[in-house]
Write a protein that binds this ligand. Structure first.
Ligand code: SF4
Length: 424
């Protein structure tokens, strides 16, 4: 009897059957995935161990990370998603908008510090020209051609289409020509319109999200995919979301990774204003582990990269997720505004050496990757003497990167009356 057989023999019957199916490479259905999300007691531990076993079989012992910088260039937004503490109205004193030259400066600085990716996402400013995202990418690509542009959620692409009158395919084609390398799979939250209408009426619909990401895939633009959980959804919603992503991947093969994102409640109106009865203050640590584990079981061979988000979970819980099916530690970020505005307290920069330390302490092999999961550097040996440019910067010097609070208080970045489209 193998160790895995012994493990399964200790689980309760429905859980053991689902885990066995996953180990045999058979699909887990929505009902089964929901059952696994409810696993407790010994079943919970066996679920985690099975996910870890599958991770080892599929992705090996390497845990990757990307050296990247986030640029959330404006917090001014026409929408009012109730889970979002980041957005401001155009009249708000805290509304900011980074000029294009500042976005380019941040990308150049990131490159100087060893970044390979700039991740651009923001609010939806009311008077934005339809071609803004396109001209911003063109300017960025011309100025910093070495950097991979990972930019614009499906919601932003939808907004660009709306403002420009272009179809999804036309707009995405223009973005690709302008230098976009991939899209973040955010704005998915829970891909169920009943849930979406409760937590964010007016948000991009499930079908629009699917149509935009699959059009991107058809045009050769990869995307990530995400879930935001720990609010009003049930295990059935999470399970159906995972199975939907698996089905989409089989048809279009465009997802590079899956990223579970915990709902950060501290400043979110959905929670603070009591907008919906029964809304939860984010997932528990146990739920976080279970979602990563069940994602591994459902998506394993179709989306083999399960990323854990240290900015949502903190480094220690993120490290624990590496033992529950995750094989990617996300990025260095350098700047982060969206989770910080919502009350996340895990900072906005983790140096590569610290990511490597957390990975190595989990008995795994750290490796720097590109956005599209090409391994750039494997750190097989103890690497305390290896320093990347971002490792050399002192805590005091990191103030040069700026903070979310500085963005909202810097006079030169004020949104009011000064929308300056790129290239105009
Ligand atoms: S989640 Fe995005 S679209 Fe919704 S309010 Fe926040 S910034 Fe705007």
């Amino acid at each position: 009897m193998t160790v895995v057989d012994r493990l399964l023999s200790a689980a309760t019957m429905p859980v053991a059957r689902s885990l066995e199916q996953a180990l045999e490479g058979k699909d887990i259905g929505v009902h089964q995935a929901a059952e696994l999300l409810n696993a407790d007691g010994l079943d919970f531990y066996i679920l985690l161990m099975t996910a870890d076993h599958l991770r080892k079989e599929t992705s090996g012992d390497v845990v990757s990370y990307v050296v990247n910088r986030n640029v959330n260039f404006t917090n001014v937004c026409v929408k009012r998603c109730s889970f979002c503490a980041f957005s401001r109205t155009y009249r708000s004193q805290e509304g900011y908008f980074l000029p294009t030259e500042e976005i380019v400066r941040r990308a150049r600085e990131a490159l100087d510090f060893g970044a390979t990716e700039i991740c651009v996402q923001a609010g939806l400013p009311p008077d934005m020209p339809g071609d803004f995202y396109i001209s911003l990418c063109r300017t960025l690509k011309e100025a910093v051609p070495e950097i991979h542009i990972h930019a614009f959620s499906a919601e932003e692409v939808l907004y660009g289409c709306h403002r420009s009158g272009l179809s999804y395919a036309e707009y995405l084609g223009e973005l690709k020509n302008a230098g976009v390398g991939s899209l973040p799979g955010t704005s998915a939250e829970i891909l169920d319109d009943e849930v979406r209408n409760r937590i964010s009426p007016g948000r991009i619909t499930t079908q629009q999200w699917i149509d935009i990401v699959t059009t991107a895939h058809a045009l050769g633009i990869p995307t990530t995919c995400t879930i935001m959980y720990g609010h009003v959804e049930t295990p059935q919603h999470v399970a159906a979301h995972l199975v939907l992503l698996r089905d989409l991947q089989r048809r279009h093969r465009g997802f590079t990774e899956f990223v579970p994102l915990s709902f950060v409640h501290t400043e979110a109106p959905l929670y603070t204003d009591g907008l919906i009865k029964g809304v939860r203050p984010g997932p528990t640590g146990i739920e976080v582990l279970k979602v990563h584990a069940v994602a591994r079981l459902v998506l394993n061979r179709d989306i083999p990269n399960i990323q854990v988000s240290w900015v949502k979970e903190g480094l220690k819980l993120a490290q624990a997720c590496l033992a529950a099916g995750a094989n990617d530690f996300g990025g260095t970020l350098i700047n982060e505004s969206i989770s910080t505005a919502a009350g996340a307290t895990h900072g906005q920069l983790v140096r590569p050496r610290d990511l490597r330390r957390f990975i190595r302490d989990s008995r795994r092999i750290p490796a720097e990757r590109s956005t599209l999961y090409r391994i750039l550097h494997r750190f097989d040996e103890e690497d305390s003497t290896i320093l990347e440019p971002l490792d050399r910067i002192s805590d005091e010097e990191t103030s040069r990167f700026g903070s979310y609070n500085q963005l909202t208080r810097t006079e030169g970045f004020r949104y009011a009356k000064k929308f300056v489209p790129a290239g105009r």
